[in-house]
Design a protein around this ligand. Structure first.
Ligand SMILES: Nc1ncnc2c1ncn2[C@@H]1O[C@H](COP(=O)(O)OP(=O)(O)OP(=O)(O)O)[C@@H](O)[C@H]1O
Ligand SMILES: [Mg+2]
Length: 304
């Protein structure tokens, strides 16, 4: 697989302020890579390092095999970037912004640009300072996608978009990767991007705490199992099971969080002769919050 982004031991601090520390990840062509983390975790810093807007203190970054700090021009023509907070010229209309960007990029076929503006329902004819956050975001998205770049680097692209537009955005990203292009996107919430991304990296306090597929994360997320009884039962044996945690007891029921295989629990539970059992699917949110709270959960697994 062709690697589009290669990051190894990437470190950048700001005086005594922590920026990002020892990041390792790799993104291959045609992949949607989600970069998740709470406020101040280091998402935008990483993105700026990828674009050569910051210089690394240590480690290496390669985008299309180029060093962004020294060869940013060669990267920028192949990249579409949506900054987390982007500045537009307040008195200019969206249309003027798009025209200027098309000129800078030497874009002659404007049909895709117009199609995107249409799809997002971007308001192009009023000065951008009068636009709502969501409507400014639409213009930012058109600016990022309009030249059909090979790599899209999107810093919180869905912030401010209503559900319908999020849906539209989802479609656009799918089309983009179907053409073999690559999308890197940051977000606060796994929920927001889980249907979209192939792999996620979670960054916390400047360090990656996990890099994995959403599928794997889901498989390791705890399920909630409830057993009901029609009489008083000693549920003590459930305490000894690995990867099973008793969350609540009482009123003829016991609630468990199960992280691994369910078979060991079923064997013990059968001996307790319950009248009913319900299982609620993997709670990805809970797993995710755990990563945010503690940075724990699992070791970095699949870095490739
Ligand atoms: N130019 C800078 N000067 C000083 N500190 C900086 C600079 N850029 C980033 N930092 C610091 O690096 C850390 C990571 O910030 P970053 O903006 O990357 O977080 P983030 O994950 O994008 O957060 P958010 O979700 O709030 O956008 C913060 O502690 C921040 O203060
Ligand atoms: Mg940010």
């Amino acid at each position: 697989m062709t690697s589009v982004v290669d990051v190894a031991g990437l470190t950048r601090s700001f005086g005594s302020r922590r920026g990002v520390i020892d990041l390792d990840f790799r993104i291959t062509a045609g992949e949607v890579f989600g970069f998740l983390g709470p406020n101040g975790a280091g998402k935008s810093t990483t993105i700026r390092l990828l674009l050569g807007l910051y210089r690394a203190d240590a480690g290496t970054v390669r985008v299309f095999g180029h060093d962004p700090w020294r060869e940013s021009v060669r990267i920028h023509e192949r990249v579409g970037y949506l900054p987390g907070e982007f500045a537009l010229y307040p008195r200019l209309t969206g249309r003027r912004h798009l025209e200027a960007a098309a000129r800078v990029r030497g874009l002659s076929d404007l049909s895709y640009r117009d199609e995107l503006a249409d799809r997002f329902g971007a308001e192009l004819d009023t000065p951008v300072h009068t636009l709502s956050k969501g409507n400014r975001q639409k213009i930012g998205l058109v600016l990022a996608f309009m030249h059909r770049p090979e790599l899209l680097i999107l810093d919180e692209p869905t912030s401010g978009l209503d559900p319908l537009l999020q849906q539209e955005f989802l479609g656009l990203v799918r089309e983009t990767v179907a053409e073999g292009r690559t999308v890197f996107l940051s977000s606060h919430e796994l929920d927001e991007v889980q249907r979209l991304v192939d792999r996620v990296a979670i960054i916390k306090d400047g360090r990656l705490v996990v890099t994995d597929t959403v599928e794997h994360l889901r498989a390791s997320a705890p399920r909630t199992v409830e057993l009901r009884f029609d009489r008083d039962v000693d549920t003590g044996p459930l305490d000894d099971l690995d990867q099973v945690e008793v969350v609540a007891r009482g009123h003829g029921a016991v609630t468990l969080a199960v992280a691994g295989r369910i078979a060991p629990l079923l064997r013990v539970a059968a001996g307790l002769d319950p009248v009913d059992m319900t299982v609620r699917g993997a709670d990805l949110d809970e797993l995710f919050l755990n990563f945010y709270r503690t940075g724990a959960g699992r070791e970095v697994t699949d870095v490739h």
